[in-house]
Design a protein around this ligand. Structure first.
Ligand code: MYR
Length: 279
């Protein structure tokens, strides 16, 4: 059985890795006024953070269902099944788009998978699925492995300015609580597919330290883990943090990724995240 792996742009998996692992990607878009750009195709993260320095922050949109259907149709010529892995259905309609398109195509079985997260943490699922598909595993077996990964995947993130998340309506909390968080650097995470505050923390430094404490709680068991630092145009800071973590946790495999245009629209420049999963 031949299984294809599809994801969306918000996993921010580089073109090189996508090509190497045979991962198909459907982009979400950012919209500046009357101009729409597909991220990772027509606008890079570097262009985006430069643009927003002198333009109003854009809005974002999910891929049209027709684009999913077209891709699934195309894949049906070569594959028997597709696993389509997407950002959390609690923050975007992208996953539902894959579900709808999956019910429209006839010649291929579509297995939509809600990562309940986004960015390179979603990417962990995608790369694992691609490796299993390349090894000839069938869709059921791959989905089982992804469900197993869900038990150990964790991610926390902080933003410099909470107003972007509030403006985009992606922060699930009472207005009064949000108001009290605007003065601090709250640590955020996903709960039931939605973004909620995890803890009120006063400074960026303390929020980063807290993420590491939470990480330690999991990795102290000594089991093998992989981890990712995700930044919104703060590459130098991410590199320094990675070097510190590598010195402290030599048995963990760390990587650096980024919040690209779509996620950057909702988090704002300066956001920083940390995610991990048991290997
Ligand atoms: C859309 O328009 O459908 C896209 C909406 C994307 C909302 C993004 C909200 C922030 C997600 C943060 C993910 C952090 C993962 C570590």
């Amino acid at each position: 059985m031949k299984t294809a792996v599809v994801t969306d742009s918000t996993a921010y998996i580089s073109k090189d890795i996508r090509e190497k692992l045979n991962i198909h990607m459907i982009p979400l878009s950012v919209i500046f006024g009357s101009e729409t750009y597909q991220e990772e195709v027509e606008i890079t993260a570097a262009d985006f953070y430069e643009e927003v320095k002198h333009k109003e922050l854009p809005t974002t949109s999910q891929p049209p269902v027709g684009e999913f259907a077209e891709l699934f149709e195309k894949l049906s010529k070569e594959y028997d099944a597709v696993i389509s892995i997407h950002l959390s259905s609690g923050i975007s309609g992208t996953f539902q788009g894959a579900v709808t398109a999956g019910s429209m195509v006839e010649d291929i079985q579509v297995f939509p998978f809600d990562s309940e997260i986004s960015c390179m943490v979603q990417g962990f699922y995608v790369m694992e699925a691609a490796e299993l598909a390349a090894a000839g595993k069938g869709p059921q077996e791959i989905v089982e492995r992804l469900e197993e990964m869900k038990k150990s995947i964790r991610a926390y993130f902080m933003v410099d300015d909470l107003s972007h998340l509030q403006r985009g309506g992606r922060l699930s909390s009472a207005q009064a609580l949000i108001g009290s968080l605007l003065q601090v650097k709250p640590l955020l995470h996903f709960e039931d597919k939605k973004i909620v505050p995890f803890e009120k923390i006063r400074t960026r430094k303390k929020a980063m330290k807290r993420m590491v404490d939470l990480f330690w709680e999991d990795v102290k068991s000594g089991e093998p883990y992989q981890a990712v630092i995700i930044h919104a145009n703060r590459e130098k800071e991410a590199r320094e943090w990675k070097a510190e973590l590598e010195a402290e946790y030599p048995n963990v495999e760390f990587m650096i990724s980024y919040f690209g245009p779509v996620i950057g629209t909702h988090l704002g420049e300066g956001a920083m995240g940390f995610g991990w999963v048991k290997k």
